[in-house]
Ligand binder design. Structure first.
Ligand SMILES: [Zn+2]
Length: 524
């Protein structure tokens, strides 16, 4: 697929400004997003984060970029305390449940993908696990040590923050502030309180441990992301995403590790999504307002949740409440009813003719194929008389507004507004008069492209009226034949048969109308 000319701007946390998106080697885009630590079921905070990055990947692909999307699975090294203290989260859960840590990791990795599948997320191209990349992580520590930016003490290896003046460039923190805020006990073994662990010595009883040049141990949490992102995307790549709460220390440390080891710039664009609040309060296990996706799905359709998330910008906090979900539900119903009605009207034409019509109408609305060439008010030179010109205009305008919104740092609330404008216009057009197949196709494709391909919303199609592969001409001939049979029956005063024919057609969504010019038919 050719790269569409575009005007995409993204907000880069590194520069604290919106920048024109120019990947290092177009049309390729390397994108890494910090994945889950698999010691519990995913919650709605995860949904917000991963739906947001899913839409970013989808839009980049829509623009024609060849995206390699990497999202890690943290199964070792993530401690309960960010300051290199506390217990490994996966090991703690395993101890409580009296199983092997890998059982916990396996169970919640599956659970995570199950939930993300229900939200219709595209699977990452690569889902590397920290425990499967110990060699790469050890090599990275060696490289940092060799360049003099780390030190070993008693089987632990720490990054030497004082040797790295750029430390703090992402989060805007400076090392002096970190010193003032640090706790005394944390600093005991470290040269500087802000130094962070690259490699941790395994304490007795620690299950997840590996041999290393510094003794038996395990990697620090931040290390895996630097090691695995560079393994699959190269030393310098385009986009790194993650939660705003991970800007510091996690992402700051990722940058320091990678750049100290390679001497090259690590990531060009840093994208951070905001968090979910519940009734205005930060969501947390200790606060008792923690909502897992499995619980949320019992009450809400995953697509309603997806729409709800996209109704706010990824960089804005999202407040979860029953009222807000209720509003998202009615929005989704409205959209689904319109898309459903279009597809219901189109389905009798069968897949074959549908594909042919799809191909031919794509050329009528340039935006459906080439966004930069959208003609907003001007219409294509030759529009078949059976295609409603208003439909072309409505679809073109919606597409243009949609792309303009998505180009502006993936502004999904505004993009959704364009889709709902098209819902309104479509409902009006369709209720005014029966529309031709070409007209319905244009509208249907526009919805599927914007709401389906890019925003990832799925609509269940009522397939009961589908004819499965018959072309429209065959359908017309069949219906005309049935009408002739019915009229013959009426002439013969066989009203039972005439009525039966009418009912049978009605059942597959075809209405007969007797007019002075004869019997006409239309789709319901
Ligand atoms: Zn990470």
């Amino acid at each position: 697929m050719a790269l569409k000319p575009n005007n995409l701007h993204v907000y880069n946390t590194l520069s604290r400004s919106k920048e024109r998106f120019e990947p290092l080697a177009p049309p390729f885009v390397g994108m890494y997003v910090c994945g889950p630590t698999v010691y519990g079921d995913a919650h709605i905070g995860h949904a917000k984060s991963y739906v947001s990055f899913d839409v970013i990947v989808r839009y980049l692909r829509y623009l024609g970029y060849n995206v390699r999307y990497v999202q890690n699975i943290t199964d070792v090294g993530h401690l309960t305390d960010d300051a290199d203290q506390g217990e490994d989260k996966v090991e703690r859960k395993a101890r409580v449940e009296q199983v092997h840590p890998m059982q916990i990791a396996e169970k919640f990795t599956r659970s995570y993908f199950e939930d993300m599948d229900r939200l219709n997320l595209l699977r990452p191209d690569i889902s590397p696990r920290a425990s499967g990349h110990i060699i790469e992580q050890i090599e990275l520590v060696k490289a940092i040590l060799a360049r003099g930016h780390a030190y070993e003490t008693g089987g632990n290896v720490y990054f030497d923050v004082a040797s790295w003046p750029k430390y703090g460039k992402l989060s805007g923190r400076n090392v002096e502030e970190m010193q003032a805020g640090a706790r005394v006990e944390v600093a005991a073994e470290k040269r500087h309180p802000a130094d962070f662990a690259l490699w941790k010595r395994a304490e007795p009883g620690h299950i997840m441990q590996w041999p290393s040049p510094w003794g038996m141990g395990y990697p620090g949490w931040h290390l895996e992301c630097s090691a695995m992102s560079m393994k699959y995307l190269g030393e310098s790549f385009d986009i790194h995403g993650g939660g705003i709460e991970n800007q510091f220390p996690h992402h700051e440390d990722e940058i320091a590790q990678a750049e100290a080891a390679t001497g090259n710039p690590f990531v060009k664009y840093w994208l951070h999504n905001n968090m979910v609040t519940v009734g205005g309060q930060k969501m947390g296990k200790s606060l008792g307002n923690f909502i897992t996706l499995k619980d949320a799905f019992k009450k809400w359709d995953p697509m309603v949740l997806r729409l709800f998330i996209l109704q706010s910008h990824y960089r804005s906090p999202l407040d979860f409440s029953d009222e807000a979900l209720g509003a998202a539900k009615s929005g989704y119903e409205r959209l689904r009813t319109t898309v459903d009605a279009l597809q219901k009207r189109l389905s009798p034409y069968g897949q074959k003719i549908f594909n042919e019509i799809t191909a031919s109408v794509k050329s009528l609305v340039p935006g459906l194929a080439v966004p930069d060439a959208i003609v907003v008010h001007g219409l294509p030179e030759t529009v078949p008389s059976n295609v409603n010109k208003d439909a072309i205009r409505f679809a073109s305008e919606a597409l243009m507004q949609f792309e303009r919104a998505m180009d502006d740092d993936f502004n999904t609330p505004t993009a959704l507004a364009a889709i709902f404008d098209l819902v309104r216009d479509t409902n009006r057009l369709v209720s005014e008069a029966p529309q031709s197949v070409g007209t319905l196709c244009i509208l249907d494709i526009a919805f599927r492209q914007m709401a389906g391909d890019v925003l990832g919303l799925v609509f269940e199609v009522d397939s009961t009226v589908a004819t499965g592969g018959l072309d429209s001409e065959a359908v017309s001939v069949m219906i005309d034949t049935l009408i002739a049979i019915r009229n013959g029956a009426r002439k013969d005063k066989n009203f039972a048969l005439a009525d039966d024919v009418r009912k049978r057609l009605d059942k597959i969504g075809i209405v007969l109308e007797d007019t002075p010019e004869g019997t006409k038919w239309r789709f319901k």
